[in-house]
Ligand binder design. Structure first.
Ligand SMILES: *Cc1c(COP(=O)(O)O)cnc(C)c1O
Length: 393
């Protein structure tokens, strides 16, 4: 990868040390141009006419997402974010009293709330699989807990609040053997390192455009295993999802688009397509190798600083680094770094409910480099954190 050239075509690199790719990655010029070109076309010839003219490129965006996860174009549905993609999958599963949903301690805030709502509504039970001593999901415990009442295993691949990579491939082996659907929230992993549905053994996978994929905000996607499609009952029937049969019924549209709504922001769809295509061209192996190495380097350097503790769990860790500075609240660390042009965020206790209940460590400072981050930028961030830690002692 020619990092310098990639940075030259990333407007944000000129202004900021951007360590918030777990929040929203920086758009590349290529992606930005794909989006602005479509907005200009809409303004010039009309929105419907522009979509008609760009039909091929719009379908190519679905194709790119399919290629990214190792699926087929017809098994991809697009949404306005990852949460709605996840909801489309989750709320289409039938649950009855006594059914069990198994999840992990790294689960995302909105998913936890959805589990609780469905438990209340249907009488299904939610059971949280413990972590092993490394802090990743305990796959032996999962294998023991999964039984004939289990209707779903829902897991975050990488949580929003830390550098953990859950053992998704092993989880997929267990769910396949048990014949239980596996919903994988890959929002933080797509675009960061290779993610392949066949290797992972999942049945439903969700992702977002804006994070490590460096796509636009306001778009997300779902991949559905075609073998379970007929078993799902989409929560919403509307004119994109279904076709009226002329009488008192309707038929679902072919493939995963039965989960979609009709209206879309096509500039955003094309932006997602451009961002995914760029990631595929660079190669997810190369992206993953560099992003994870930068994450490891940052984690190690921060953990060596007096007064700084890193808090990432698990055997396998990614480009998300979480840290605490003794004597200085996370929000103040983040604000001080932002004033120096270094973009970081903090984790939120309520978005990491089970993890917070276990460890009580949030909010933490969250730093998330990506492949286009330079070693010099990491040095700058580490020096800035070191100065804050020294001043706080
Ligand atoms: C950001 C995030 C989500 C939600 O994605 P949106 O696109 O904001 O809806 C879900 N899961 C995890 C792990 C996340 O980090």
């Amino acid at each position: 990868m020619d990092i310098e050239a990639l940075r030259r075509d990333t407007p944000g690199c000129a202004h900021r040390v951007h360590l918030n790719n777990a929040g929203a990655g920086l758009l590349s010029g290529q992606t930005l141009r794909a989006m602005t070109a479509h907005l200009e076309l809409e303004a010039a010839i009309g929105g419907y006419e522009a979509a008609e003219q760009e039909r091929g490129r719009i379908e190519a965006a679905y194709e790119a997402v399919a290629e990214l996860v190792g699926g087929r174009r017809r098994d991809i549905a697009l949404f306005d974010n990852s949460t709605h993609a996840w909801n489309a999958a989750f709320y289409s599963l039938p649950f009855r009293p006594g059914d069990r949903i198994l999840t992990g301690r790294a689960e995302y805030g909105s998913s936890v709330l959805a589990y609780l709502q469905i438990a209340r509504r249907t009488g299904a039970e939610v059971a949280v699989v413990p972590n092993d001593e490394s802090g990743q999901l305990d796959t032996a415990a999962l294998a023991e807990m999964i039984d004939e009442r289990t209707r779903l295993v829902g897991i975050a691949h990488v949580p929003t609040g830390g550098g953990l990579v859950n053992p998704a491939t092993e989880i997929g082996r267990i769910t396949r053997a048990a014949g239980v659907p596996f919903l994988l929230d890959a929002t933080q992993s797509v675009g960061q390192f290779p993610v392949n549905v066949a290797e992972l053994g999942c049945d439903l996978l969700t992702g977002t455009g804006r994070k490590f994929l460096r796509g636009p905000r306001g778009i997300g996607f779902l991949w559905v295993n075609p073998e379970i499609l007929g078993f799902l009952d989409p929560a919403v029937a509307e004119i994109e999802a279904a076709v009226w049969d002329g009488g008192s019924g309707y038929v679902w549209r072919e493939g995963a688009r039965r989960f979609e709504t009709w209206e879309k922001n096509y500039a955003t769809v094309l932006g997602l397509g451009a961002a995914v295509r760029q990631a595929l061209d660079l190669g997810l192996d190369a992206i993953g190798a560099r992003a994870l190495a930068l994450g490891a380097r940052l984690r190690e350097r921060l953990s060596e600083l007096p007064g700084v503790t890193t808090h990432d769990l698990g055997r396998e860790r990614c480009a998300i680094v979480t840290a605490a500075v003794a004597g200085l609240p996370a929000e103040e660390v983040a604000a001080a770094l932002r004033r120096q042009g270094i973009n970081v965020t903090t984790t939120t206790p309520e978005y990491n409910q089970f993890d917070q209940a276990d460890r009580g460590v949030h909010p933490l400072v969250r730093l998330s480099p990506h492949y286009y981050t330079t070693e010099e930028e990491l040095d700058r961030a580490v020096a800035a954190v070191a100065a804050l830690a020294t001043a706080a002692r």
